[in-house]
Design a protein around this ligand. Structure first.
Ligand SMILES: Cc1cc2nc3c(=O)[nH]c(=O)nc-3n(C[C@H](O)[C@H](O)[C@H](O)COP(=O)(O)O)c2cc1C
Length: 446
């Protein structure tokens, strides 16, 4: 029998037009009303998933590329996932919900207050996915910071938010009708924060969170982080209880990634059991090995329509329109403005060193290519093969678990999970019941 692993779902499109671009859009769920998401998270809870993380971007990005961002709904619209969270809590009992939050958009006081409220309302099932993107700074009247400075700001923000959550001392709350005394103001921490990025005063006017259960787990909302740079992994080691890891899924890479995060955790006086590292996983589950092979074979020769679809996705990430370019000529690198992420440009180049070395078709073709999970060459496979892969990475790489990634839509959830859930349960890899410790409890149940 293998060990239990943790599973979550990354709602990779954010709170946006779910299903757009796919036939299942015509199931006619209005994407801006809560029922679609409520139905989906109920199914994920039924499947034994610990949490849902909701992607977000604060704006439509660069003013010159608005059409590019919205014409296929790749970059927007996006409604605020924080405000979706209460509807998801109302529909479920155990699963945690962690919307994406960017410190540039919330003062620590506002953040601490809203998150405390959601933590109380959800019975300890709230988390925040803390991101450091600076592309939307101008909408908030703040200067864009450099990569590492944005992490510095996030650290100052989280430390300040936590101090506010703890600004009611352990015996500040009395709530004793006999003495008609609700609380003791002398036990509150009226601190003054004067930091590099924020200046404000405490204490918070929201109630603190009592510790949970015999283990006295902290009642604070759970912090999730996704950054994969050295700075990002150090941030995770110091601050996070869940790291959303994007990496190639093989034993060696997972071991190396885990080692870096756990080393950072230890350097900050934490232990391996304080953080759960979940790798992003997007399998293509098919009904037979023959079907898997058919898909893989076809993907080696993508037609122009398939390449254009990939170009549209890349164009949104690159804030540069690739769809209007000739597929059979090299890309002129001067089309990428200074604002475009160098990492994303490198991602487009793939194994090529220079744009002169390849046509756009040659750059895009490898991005269409699928591989069999049974050969460890990609992620197409039957449910049994996907379960074998999950089991292998748990057994051989000590993997904590996975974040499935996709739309939060009943069709995508059932397509990915219907067959895999029972197999994982039979093998003892996926939980069959929840404890009652909220999101942190889910992460510490095993
Ligand atoms: C799996 C994953 C998910 C992410 N989700 C978001 C998101 O929802 N919103 C956002 O603004 N940035 C998101 N980011 C970006 C990170 O917050 C960060 O800004 C970016 O990864 C750069 O930091 P890094 O160099 O440490 O990776 C995500 C990154 C990864 C790897």
């Amino acid at each position: 029998m293998s060990s239990l692993q943790h599973f979550g779902w990354f709602l990779s499109r954010g709170f946006g037009p779910h299903g757009w671009g796919h036939p299942y859009y015509e199931w006619n769920y209005p994407w801006h009303s809560p029922k679609l998401y409520q139905q989906s998270v109920r199914d994920l809870e039924q499947a034994g998933f610990d949490l849902v993380i909701i992607e977000d971007a604060l704006s439509l990005g660069n003013a010159d590329t608005l059409d590019l961002r919205i014409r296929s709904a790749y970059g927007g619209p996006k409604h605020d996932p924080l405000l979706l969270a209460p509807y998801l809590f109302a529909a479920t009992e155990h699963i945690g919900i962690a919307p994406t939050v960017n410190p540039l958009a919330y003062s620590p006081y506002q953040a601490a207050r809203q998150f405390a409220t959601l933590q109380h309302l959800s019975d300890y099932r709230f988390g925040i996915n803390v991101v450091t993107d600076v592309g939307s700074s101008r909408h908030f009247g703040v200067e864009p910071l450099a990569h590492d400075q944005a992490y510095d700001r996030a650290e100052e923000w989280l430390t300040a938010v936590r101090r506010l959550w703890h600004s009611w001392g352990p015996d500040a709350l009395i709530a004793d009708p006999a003495t008609a005394r609700f609380a003791d103001g002398s036990k509150l921490d009226a601190f003054e924060h004067r930091g590099e990025h924020y200046r404000f005063d405490g204490p918070l006017n929201a109630l603190p969170f009592p510790e949970l259960g015999a283990e006295q787990l902290s009642g604070d909302p759970v912090v999730v982080s996704p950054g994969g740079s050295g700075r990002g992994l150090n941030f995770a080691g110091e601050q996070s209880e869940v790291q959303l890891a994007l990496a190639s899924l093989d034993v060696e890479t997972i071991r190396a990634y885990r080692a870096k995060v756990l080393e950072a955790a230890r350097a900050h006086g934490r232990s391996a059991s304080d953080i759960v590292i979940l790798f992003v996983f997007k399998p293509v589950i098919v009904s037979s090995e023959e079907e898997a092979q058919r898909l893989v074979d076809a993907s080696a020769h993508p037609d122009d329509a398939a390449l254009l679809q990939i170009a549209a996705g890349q164009s949104s990430d690159l804030e540069t329109d690739l769809t209007a370019l000739d597929l059979d000529r090299p890309v002129d690198p001067s089309i990428f403005g200074d604002h475009v992420s160098r990492g994303t440009i490198k991602g487009l180049l793939g194994r090529y060193d220079d744009f002169a070395d390849a046509t756009l078709r040659q750059l895009l073709t490898p991005k269409a290519r699928l591989g069999r999970i049974s050969d460890r060459a990609g992620y197409v496979g039957t449910a049994e093969e996907v379960a074998d892969f999950i089991q292998e990475l748990g057994d051989e790489a000590d993997n904590d678990g996975f974040i499935f990634s996709g739309d939060l839509h009943p069709v995508t959830i059932h397509r990915m999970l219907d067959e895999v859930v029972p197999i994982l349960r039979r093998r003892g890899i996926l939980r069959t019941e929840f404890g009652d410790g909220g999101l942190r409890g889910n992460l510490r149940d095993f």
